[in-house]
Each structure stands twice: as structure tokens, then as C-alpha cells.
Write a protein of this length. Sequence first.
Length: 562
Amino acid sequence: MKSRSSKILSLAIVFLVIVLSLFVWKGWYAHQTKVCHFCALKNPHKNLSVIVRTHSKNPTKVATAPDVALAVAPTRTIPLVPSPLDHPSEEELKRFPGAIVVEAVEVNGPEPGQKIWLRILKTHFKYPFLRTEEVIDTGKNSVMMREEMVADHLLVTLPEGTDPEAFLKNFGPQGISIVRVTPDAPLYRLNLVDASLSGLPEALDQVVATTPPNTKLIGEPDFICQTLQIPNNPYYQYQWGLWKPKRSFNMSTKQWNFCAGINAEEAWNIRTDASSIVVAVVDSGIRYTHEAIAPNMWHNPMPVNGDIYGWNSHDNNGDPMDNNGHGTHCAGVIGGVSDSGLGVAGVAWKVQLMACKMFDGEGQGTDSDGTACIDYACDHGAKIINCSWGHGTAYSVSLLQSMDRARLAGIIVVAAAGNESSDNDEHPFYPASCQLDNILSVAATGMTDDLVTFAKPTNAPVVPSIETGSNYGAKSVHLAAPGDLIISAWADADNSYKFGSGTSCAAPYVSGSLALLEAQYPNASYQELIAHLLDNTDKTPKLTDKVRTGRLNIGKALQNSL
């Protein structure tokens, strides 16, 4: 009996010790978390901000944003409310369901009256650990600049002939592996042992430290990209974006009715067939079995690893099936099968649609996956690449270089200008703002030729009195195209259709128009095709000082000889 009592007492003591240990550990963890979330930087000379560092480094070694220093960057058109330091914002949870903040810190900004919030989020994204940086105006409590990037790897472009394994060994213990991103360039993903707030900045410094003199070695973050369509949730009679520009007076309502479409009907009197042209849709993939798209899908004549319809760089396989819808919507605008009695009409009735998948089901992707997709399109015969996505502030050297490879191959890149109501002349939006002459940046207009504004969600982190809408730029945005209430194919089913708005919808109108134009003039250079398309836009007063030229008019471009 005594022995049994002793046993019970011993078990009770062990249990009590475990409970007390857990309690102490929980208190310590909560304290550490609190310290982590709200600590001041102990060493003020150690700058953990990648944004600030990339704006101050030598561009031949570390990627930098062009021309504008961070401290003098103008105030954004849309002042964003800072994300909470200790937990994800509602907008972040919509994009990354289940995300949590695992590390955070506030540091001094580059100028008086500025601070920087740095966080590491753990998510269910392809790369789970994401780094967010926000440069905040403390007086206005608004975000001047924000970037998101992968926390535990960076991109390095090695000098030609460099052995990547030798570079990894020389880099030191912080690098655990190195993986090639694209066969078209010596671009590698350098995986880090550390996903902490100090890991990426220290790795970027290490790239500089290990670079021999007079050697071009580029290290940069792998920035997060987003699709740009604004869904409206709810067949040709609804496709106002294709109609002829016109206005009429309604006697009963005593109001003018406008329709600022791209004049596709006039174009179709001249050409509907662009079946010789391959248009790559670099996006969330394409539902290649969709009734409005399947007959116009590109077929790889020499498939490898199952890449019959394109490539999936997000999952590194040959199946680019869309599980988001965004890419399918873009593909339907470019080349929905027309005159078939089914669904929607595309700008080009016959065309080859190549699916290049870089985004997941939530519409999130990385610059490295975008680079791999662009190189795949270049290597497999694409003539036009549609990029209805992007991010602001910091540009990716690797992405820029892939688009330059497209330029050298005579390929046109059509890029959405962005959905932030922002002036891209002041606040560049990439890849649309990359300064290459094969890139066309596209704004979005509505039926009255005004730049589109979007109804914002009530939980969006935007100052309540501000609306979001199409970006613009008198110098940096080339033209506008319809981007409001655009109906197209969707990825839910093979007969699914959906309305959408955004510069994501506008860019495909330009891509489809260029396909018709290139089919009509197969010997023209990309410079000649772009110049002819821009020369034949409609110069409407509402777009003065908003875009370089005007609103797309493919009917006029085909009627007027190149």
C-alpha cells in the first residue's frame, strides 16, 4: 500500500513538473514573441531592410531600383494602412490563408519621420516563409513602399563559366543548396539555411563579399508577384470591349450612351485568323479543356515531361492546368474560339495559346517562376507574351534579363500597368515599367474611355476615402484598352464564364490585337508592329496625360497599311 502511494506521489510530482515547465516555457515564448514584435534594433548600424539595402548597393552586384532614391520617393497615390506588426492583415489572410507572423521587428527608416516594419510570415505558399517590408510615414501612418519576397532563398546570376557547386562551397554554411532556374541564363536559386529576418540581408552581403573584383555577379531577392484581375462575382452581346467605339443619345433618359471598344468588328472584316502566331499566357495556367479555348491551344510538336500545352514552372512539371481562373480569363480574351456558337469571342478567332503557369490557386507567384516561364515561351516559338501581373517599387534583374532575351528574339511582351490608381511615371510597376522597347504597358478603361476604378473590398487596407483603379503614366504607360466588366472563360468548368475587371483584362486585348497584326504582316519587325499599333490608337481627351498614345483600335490598325 505504501509502495502504491509512493508511486502515485511520484507520478503527481512528475506531472506537476511537466505542467510548470510548460507554463514557464509558454511565458518565456510569449515574452520572446513580444520582444521580437516590438523590439528596437540593438545595433543601429546594422540595416536589416532589404528595400533600403537594394536602393544603396552597386547595381552590378545587387539589384537596385532605378533612378529614384528611397528617401525622396513621392507619396503614393493610394496611401495604404500599415499591416499589423504581430499578425497578418485581412488582405494577407485572403491571399495566404492560415498565415502567421513568426518574427517581426520595427527599425528606423532611411529618413526622419520614417520607420520600417519587417516581418516573416509562415504560409502555405510554395515557399512557406515570406518576408514583408513596409516603409512607413510615421506622421501620416501610411505606407510609402511595400515589398514581399521569399525569406529563405535569393536569386544569383553567376558569371558565365562559373561552377555553381564551387560558388556554393565558397559562399559558406549559410547556403545549403543551389538550383538552376532557367536553361537560358546562369540564374540560380540559392537556398539558405536561415529564414529569419537577418538571413536574407546577410546572404545579400555575402554575395557582395564573395564577388571577385571586376566580376559581374548579381544577387537579388525573389519578389512575390500577384495576378491583377478584379473579379466581379456575379457572350458576345456582353462583350462591349470588342465593339466599335461610338456614342448615341438616349431620348427617353436624355443621356449620352458611350461604348469605347477596340473596333474588333472592323478588324475582322480584314482578318480573323492568327493561327500562325503563338501567344504565351504567363499566368495561372489555362484550362486547356475549356470549350471556348481547347481548339486554340498550342500543341508542343516535341513534348518533354508531358509539356503538351505549355509549362508549369510553379510545380516544375509539364501540366499548366489552371486552378485559379485568371490565366483562363486572359486566354479567352486573346483567343476564345469565335463563330462557333459557344461562349465568348476572342480578339483573334484562331491563334495558338501557350499556357505558362507561374501562379498558384491563390494567384501568388515569384519572379523566378515568371523568369522560367518567359524563357520557356522564348524557347518554344512564342511571338507575343501576355503578362497580366506584377509588383511595384523594386524590379528584378533576372526578370528584366529574361525579357531582354525575348527582345533579342523579336518577341513582344504585353504587360498590365497595375491596379493601384498610381502614376507609374512616379512609382514604377514591374514588369510593365521595365525600360525595353519590346514591352507594352497597358492601362484599363471603361465604356466611357475613363480609366477604370474598382469597388474596393470593405476589409482592404486602404484609406477609406480612396478608390483603387487602373495605373497610368504619360511617359511609362503606352496605351489603354477595355478593362471593366469583361466577360471571358473561367477555370471552374469547361463551360464556365465570368466577368472581371482590371488591367489584367486590358492587356489581353492588346495581345490578341498584336496576334492579328503580326499574322497580317509576318515580315514586320516587333518595333514596326508596336509603332503601327500605337499610331492607330484613338487619342481621346480623357486619356490625355494618362497614357503615351490613346485607346486601342485594332480595326483602324488593320485598315491602315503598315
